[in-house]
Ligand binder design. Structure first.
Ligand code: GLU
Length: 476
């Protein structure tokens, strides 16, 4: 293929994410969306969002909103849609009619009880239960008696496809029964709607979870019967929890938005999700641009991946460390508000953020560590305080205050220089002065560098905090 025609055929690549709106956006769903989105972006194709809301009892508007919100947060914008299956009922009806007229579908009057009884017999005889075709050639046409409509599936041969991830998969047709395509109440069934939508949306590649592998042969038979081209399939292996069972709430949060609330950055979650099943050499860190350039569905592995929260934390820490402090400050605000710190101004908060970026794994953790800046008076960690309630420290604190007033440091390096000088003059070791000052300023011993704290608090507040603890000790 020459380059131009290759480009043209790639640009026809059309993929979709087709969530059922029955809950929040699950991390597994988000990964499916991400793989589709990346494949489209990589190939100059089109990414379509289709909400599969034909199950009117389980689908909710709240869930649609939650899914859209999750995708927006991850930055997985669609090129077409969202389309709603529930808008397509007339279309599905037309297709049922067409199949009936062509003799490719038939009405079935078998009652639930009859089917149940036959099923039990089959099970008792050790056979796989399957509709026995009673109504396939039935002459009865009493349309007012309750009935379903079934697809007349091929009875011999096999239905096979070449899965981009799993390789060739085939099913003997004898094992697939005549699928119900329209229920007694006139509503179309899931596999039928999916095929019509994918066909009419001209979806070229169906990338979805491998829990759908068993639906694929039925769907292929329907494509064939309706004369639509069959798309290429790629079934992505499941995500498992640490105990190797399918990832669920038992393993921790599974909702994408819960990760936002726990203080994860969207780029960290995307980076984490892309590596669940896909790899590119030994690389672990991928910017979105790199993911787009490097992603190929052919490099998705065949085995399931295990969700590893430690790795996600590691990636999140990486992205926090390298993020723009102003942006992080915006993102940190709600986490601080949750802790009662409400009057933060972003530019000032960015200075606070910059002192904490190096060590925080999540924004929640960062918010906890930022609290001391906003406490007035600062809350002491009582165990740490005990260690520093020593009479001789009163004079150490006094020397620090005098030096600060004298030197008026203008940057963190000035502060560090000041402390070095104090140590030299008084024959102290750095921790002998550093730790007491750290608890005076932050209430604990785990805090950013003193220079950073002093510059962030300002000299006046720094002095006030040291004076407070000095007076406390002096009174003892
Ligand atoms: N609506 C299906 C689901 O949420 C996806 C169907 C498909 O991708 O073909 O699992």
């Amino acid at each position: 293929m020459n380059q131009e025609s290759e480009k043209q055929s790639m640009s026809k690549l059309r993929v979709r994410f087709a969530p059922s709106p029955t809950g929040y956006l699950h991390v597994g769903g988000a990964r499916t969306a991400l793989f589709n989105w990346l494949y489209a972006r990589h190939s100059g194709g089109t990414f379509i969002l289709r909400i599969e809301d034909t199950d009117t009892e389980r689908s909710t508007h709240e869930s649609v909103d939650a899914i859209l919100q999750g995708m927006a947060w991850l930055g997985l914008e669609c090129d077409e849609g969202p389309f709603y299956q529930s808008d397509n009922f007339p279309l599905y009806k037309q297709h049922v009619q067409m199949l009936l007229e062509q003799g490719k579908a038939y009405r079935c009057w078998c009652s639930q009880e009859e089917l149940e009884a036959k099923r039990n017999v089959a099970l008792a005889e050790g056979r796989k239960p399957k509709y026995d075709g009673t109504c396939r050639n039935c002459q009865e046409q009493s349309l007012d008696r309750p009935h379903v409509i079934r697809f007349k599936a091929p009875e011999v041969g096999e239905t096979a496809f070449e899965d981009l991830i799993k390789g060739r998969i085939s099913f003997p047709n004898a094992e697939l029964d005549d699928l119900i395509i329209q229920r007694t109440d006139g509503t179309p069934t899931y596999n039928f709607c999916v095929v019509i939508d994918d066909a009419l949306m001209r979806i070229s590649h169906v990338i979805r979870g491998d829990d759908h592998v068993n639906n694929t042969p039925r769907q292929i038979q329907l494509y064939d019967a309706m004369g639509y081209p069959v798309p290429v399939f790629a079934h992505v292996p499941m995500i498992l929890g640490s105990d190797k069972t399918r990832l669920s709430k038992r393993h921790g949060a599974t909702s994408v938005m819960a990760y936002r609330d726990m203080g994860y950055l969207p780029e960290a979650l995307n980076n984490y999700l892309v590596r669940l099943g896909w790899s590119h050499g030994d690389d672990e860190i991928f910017s979105v641009e790199e993911m787009i350039t490097k992603f190929d569905i052919a490099n998705v592995g065949r085995s399931p991946s295990v969700f590893n929260p430690d790795k996600l934390n590691w990636l999140n820490a990486h992205y926090i460390k390298h993020a723009d402090p102003l942006r992080l400050a915006e993102l940190l605000k709600p986490h601080l508000e949750k802790r009662g710190v409400v009057s933060t101004v972003v530019p000032a908060l960015a200075t606070v953020v910059a002192t904490l970026q190096e060590r925080a794994q999540t924004l929640e953790e960062m918010a906890d560590r930022a609290l001391f800046y906003y406490q007035s008076p600062v809350l002491y960690d009582q165990a740490a305080l005990k260690k520093f309630e020593k009479a001789h420290l009163a004079s150490v604190y006094e020397s620090v205050v005098l030096a600060l007033k004298d030197v008026k440091p203008a940057c963190a390096a000035d502060v560090d220089g000041l402390f070095k000088q104090l140590c030299k003059t008084n024959g102290w070791k750095m921790p002998q002065v550093g730790q007491p000052v750290r608890i005076a300023l932050s209430g604990g011993t785990q805090a950013p560098g003193i220079g950073d704290i002093v510059m962030t608090l300002g000299i006046d507040e720094t002095i006030a905090r040291i004076e407070r603890i000095r007076e406390h000790i002096a009174k003892m």
